[in-house]
Structure formats: structure tokens, C-alpha cells
Design a protein around this ligand. Structure first.
Ligand SMILES: [Zn+2]
Length: 363
């Protein structure tokens, strides 16, 4: 593959910034100062480094309203509505034209056409499509994608999330989302009355589980959570028009029955609380999920439930995009990026490289 020349200025840098042409970056900071337009695919922390630097004159941030609402929890007083001046063509764009309730469609900026498409990964998450009007080259950054997807655009270059490396699933049936949800519901309903329940999950998946619990379990449940989780959950409820949850305060938890504590996924490492601990991991496992450890009054159950597309789904995605080149993301998953690129080359006969080999890696 080494003789094939990939288009310039496209790939992922060693610090996680996705480059989508000379003027465009996504999900990271621009250390070279080459690109002033940043697209933000979603609000998970491994994609949001220094996003605030693009909210100022001379720069621009393109994203969805829910994504911006979540990001803004970090900087509540940021002035999103200030004018943005893009210097290349003395163009002046208002940020309200770039951050919309619906996904941005066919916006012309810096000689390119930019569209965002739903990525079904979390509220507001998007795929990014950019077509350079001078060269005619189109590039698609998948961002983190779930499945199914309503729209998958065709593009010449695909920059692909590498969470799962195997595009071919083996003979074992995968542990599916619906298995995970029903397992969680069973655990919750059979333990709710007898012991406290702790659910550790990432943002997005957590709120999805809470919604399922409310829909399916017919008892009065007291949800307890940190201020941050409460605020983030309210943002999702607002954009999905679901019923807001009436949260209980941390300090009241000892007087409550039927309690479910919602906890940040990363806090699990330091905690073991007496009761039922359910940890929701991102891993796409085979039939082995869930794993269970019981230690006196402490019960720990790990369940796989991801909102990333599976290997099979990634294969369908690539088929739809029909790219001439594929670059996989080595920053967020370096081992998988290499394996996935090799599998794509083999299966689709498309030149594919991990981003560590892309021209922008050392930017
Ligand atoms: Zn994500």
C-alpha cells in the first residue's frame, strides 16, 4: 500500500485532531494554525479537546445544538452568538447559522460544502461531509457511529472510527443491545425492593437505560445522581422531548426505598458500594456478557452495551460510502486502527491506512 498517495491534509493527528482538508478540522485543536473551521461531531470527552478555542472571531465551530448545550456546561457564560469572521474570503458568518437544531445541510464556507448527518451514537452526534469545490474531492468523517443510520453519504475519502476492528463477525452470535437491555431490566426489577442499585455508564447510554427502566418497570423509582449527570440528562430530555426525571438529592438517599444511583462510568474504578453494582462497558463482547462477581453484600455485574456500530455494520457503512481511500483513527484506538485498515484493504480492495501513517499524524 505504501506506493499509493493519499490526498493531502486528511487524516488524524497524534493528538487526536481530525483533518478534513486544509481549512477544516474536527474533534480536536489545531496546533498548526492552518485550519480555522472546526466541526464538533459529538460531546464525548475523547473528542472535545479545546473546543472553546474555536468560539471567537476569525474561527468557527460547526456543530449541533444538543452537542453545544452539553459542551456549554463547562463554560456557562461563553458568548456563542458573537459574529465569526473567516478571513480567507473576508467572509462573515454568524454562529447561529452554524449551530442548528437540525443537522446542518449544504452550508458553503471557505470554498467547501459542508453537511452533517445523524450518527445515532448519542444526542446530537453527527457524521461530517465536506466537499471541496476547487478540487471536487469529498471527504466523510464518520465520527463515532451507532446503527442504524438514516443517511450515509458517498465520499472519495473516508476517515473512520476504529472502535471495532473486526469487520467480519465470526460464527458466534454477538451479544446484542436488546439482550443487554433486557438483562438490565431483569436485574433492576428483581433487586429494586431489596438493595440499593448503582449503575455506572457513559453519557448517552446511561440516559437510554434510564428511559427503558421508566418505560418498563412499573414501580416508583428514586433516581439519585450528581449535579452534572442531572444537568446532562435534562439536556437529552429536552432535545428528545422525553419526560424529565424527578431526581432525588444525594443527601436524601438514606431515607429512600427503591433507589437507583446513576454514576459516571469512570468513577467505577475507585468504588465498591454495598448493593448491586451494574457497570455498562463499551466492549462488544460475544455471548459471555454479563460477567458477575459476588463478594458478601457487594455484587458487581458488568454488561456490554455499546452505541458503536458492530463489525458487520461497519462493513455495510463502508459499502454505502464507497470510498476511494480509507483512513482509520489511530489516536482513539491504535491497535484496532491497524487491524481494521488491513481488513478493509483485504475485503474491499480499497487502499486503507491507519492514521498513524497519514500525512497529518505528525502535524
Ligand atoms: Zn463517542
Amino acid at each position: 500500500m505504501s506506493k499509493i498517495v493519499f490526498p493531502e491534509n486528511i487524516g488524524v493527528t497524534s493528538y487526536g485532531t481530525v483533518r478534513l482538508g486544509k481549512n477544516f478540522i474536527a474533534d480536536g485543536n489545531d496546533r498548526t494554525g492552518k485550519a480555522r473551521i472546526r466541526i464538533q461531531t459529538h460531546a464525548h470527552k475523547d473528542h472535545t479537546d479545546k473546543w472553546i478555542r474555536n468560539i471567537r472571531p476569525g474561527r468557527a465551530l460547526l456543530t449541533s445544538k444538543p452537542t453545544l448545550a452539553i459542551l456549554s456546561l463547562e463554560y456557562p457564560h461563553v458568548n456563542i452568538n458573537s459574529n465569526i469572521h473567516t478571513l480567507a474570503n473576508s467572509e462573515k458568518v454568524l454562529s447561529k447559522d452554524l449551530i442548528q437544531e437540525n443537522f446542518l445541510q449544504g452550508k458553503n464556507i471557505e470554498n467547501a460544502e459542508i453537511s452533517l448527518f445523524d450518527a445515532n451514537h448519542m444526542v446530537g452526534s453527527s457524521q461530517v461531509f465536506i466537499k471541496n469545490q476547487d478540487t471536487g474531492l469529498s471527504v466523510l468523517y464518520s465520527g463515532d457511529i451507532g446503527w442504524p443510520l438514516e443517511i450515509i453519504p458517498k465520499a472519495d475519502v473516508l476517515v473512520l472510527d476504529a472502535t471495532y476492528s473486526r469487520i467480519k463477525t465470526d460464527e458466534n452470535k454477538e451479544w446484542e443491545r436488546k439482550d443487554a437491555i433486557s438483562k438490565i431490566l431483569t436485574l433492576v426489577s428483581s433487586n429494586l425492593a431489596t438493595q440499593p442499585i448503582y449503575i455506572y455508564a457513559r453519557y448517552g447510554v446511561m440516559q437510554e437505560i434510564v428511559e427503558k427502566i421508566i418505560e418498563n418497570i412499573d414501580s416508583e423509582i428514586n433516581f439519585v445522581a450528581s449535579d452534572e449527570i442531572i444537568k446532562k440528562t435534562e439536556i437529552i430530555a429536552k432535545f428528545k422531548s422525553s419526560t424529565p426525571i424527578n431526581f432525588k438529592k444525594e443527601e436524601d438517599k438514606y431515607e429512600l426505598n427503591n433507589v437507583i444511583h446513576l454514576k459516571e462510568f469512570h468513577k467505577k474504578q475507585n468504588e465498591s458500594l454495598s448493593g448491586l453494582n451494574i457497570t455498562i462497558t463499551n466492549f462488544r463482547s460475544q455471548n459471555t456478557s454479563p460477567d458477575k462477581v459476588v463478594d458478601n453484600d457487594y455484587q458487581n455485574i458488568v454488561i456490554a452495551l455499546t452505541n458503536h456500530a458492530s463489525g458487520d455494520e461497519i462493513a455495510k457503512y463502508i459499502e454505502c460510502v464507497d470510498p476511494k481511500y480509507v483512513i482509520t483513527d489511530s489516536f482513539r484506538n491504535s491497535t484496532n486502527a491497524q487491524i481494521l485498515a488491513d481488513e478493509i484493504t483485504k475485503k474491499f480492495k480499497i487502499p486503507a491506512i491507519p492514521s498513524i501513517l497519514s500525512s497529518v499524524w505528525k502535524d
